[in-house]
Design a protein around this ligand. Structure first.
Ligand SMILES: [Zn+2]
Ligand SMILES: [Zn+2]
Length: 345
């Protein structure tokens, strides 16, 4: 029995020392898979959800948001009897197929706290029109689980809007929808979005952005100038990070999912606090201007690329430029100082 225990302990110790999942050995930024609900929420109570890092398996558990209410046409929840208090006086247009309404205008009231109904005149409100609240004074804006589309620039330059919660019903958000919302601190995006289209350009207060897990493309300039954004979890299925997507942001370190195999131009240009970038894919291409004016960058980590492949990588001279940091490159089988790395080219 004693021998068995000792053997088990030894195996556990060896496993802990060599498995990449060991916390103490971690030298990467986590890239998380989708959340899984482990305890179902209700209309009125949170549940629990869990996700794991696709690189090392480390688990994270958080509260799962309450379910969206299941409204009848009087905007009363069929499950919990909650009665939605929404704004009168908003303007609506009937959709082309006549089955739903588009929120098309603010009305004549100078609204600051907006609650959109689920149903208007017996039909669901499924869309917020382009430019609808552009430059308005809204401080809070609550949509329901009926909205499928948010038009381009719908909330652009709403400089008092502090947070936005997007239900999973949303499938499409037009470009620059939240750009230049300088007071926007936190945002939760729909799980059913697949593309981010320059959404948060110039959102200088944004510090919490919960992206949906199905996003495959983050277009150019999406988080440009987000100076309060120090960390972000990128969805594991991401395939493209557009040019200058995080340029001039406050990002400290980030894990880039394995589907992103090319670093496009200026991804981290002028990120004054950037320390570390982890690339988990088989990176084959790195464009220029990556770390110009990133004086604090210390490490560029490749978790899947071997040292020998560095010579074959299609790279611009991304390590040069004004005020570039002196970083080292960590490959899956060893490390190169910046001088050694340059010598290999
Ligand atoms: Zn990890
Ligand atoms: Zn309810």
């Amino acid at each position: 029995m004693y021998k068995k225990i000792v053997a088990c302990l030894l195996i556990a110790l060896l496993a802990a020392a060599f498995l990449p999942g060991c916390k103490s050995n971690r030298e990467h930024d986590h890239v998380y898979g989708a959340w899984e609900i482990t305890e179902a929420p209700s209309c009125t109570a949170s549940g629990k959800k869990t996700r794991s890092c696709v690189v090392c398996g480390e688990k994270e558990t958080r509260d799962a948001d309450p379910l969206p209410h299941d409204f009848n046409t009087d905007n009363i929840c069929k499950r919990c009897a909650f009665e939605l208090k929404y704004n009168d006086g908003l303007e609506y247009t009937l959709s082309a197929d006549g089955n739903s309404y588009i929120l098309s205008g603010r009305g004549e009231n100078a609204l600051t706290q907006v609650v959109v109904p689920f149903y208007h005149d017996g039909k669901p409100v499924t869309e917020i029109a382009e430019d609808c609240f552009l430059g308005s004074a809204v401080t809070s804006f609550q949509i329901q689980n009926s909205i499928k589309k948010i038009g381009a620039r719908a909330f652009n330059s709403c400089d008092a809007l502090e947070s936005f919660y997007m239900y999973d019903s949303v499938e499409e958000v037009g470009n620059f929808a939240f750009a230049s919302c300088t007071a926007l601190k936190s945002v939760r995006l729909s799980e059913n979005l697949t593309v981010l289209d320059e959404l948060f350009y110039g959102c200088t207060s944004l510090s919490e952005a919960e992206l949906g897990s199905r996003i495959i493309e983050i277009k150019d300039l999406s988080f440009f100038g987000c100076t309060a954004l120090t960390a972000i979890d990128l969805p594991a299925g991401l395939q493209r990070l557009g040019t200058m997507a995080f340029s001039e942001s406050g990002i400290l370190s980030v894990g880039i999912p394995s589907g992103v195999t090319a670093l496009e131009r200026g991804l981290f240009l002028k990120c004054p606090a950037l320390k570390r970038v982890t690339l988990t894919g088989n990176v084959t291409q790195i464009a220029g201007d990556q770390f110009e004016n990133c004086p604090t960058i210390e490490k560029l980590i490749f978790t899947s690329v071997a040292k020998d492949d560095w010579k074959k990588m299609d790279c611009a001279v991304f390590w040069e430029g004004e005020n570039c940091g002196n970083f080292s490159l960590l490959f899956k089988d060893g490390k190169l100082s910046l001088d050694e790395a340059k010598g290999d080219r």
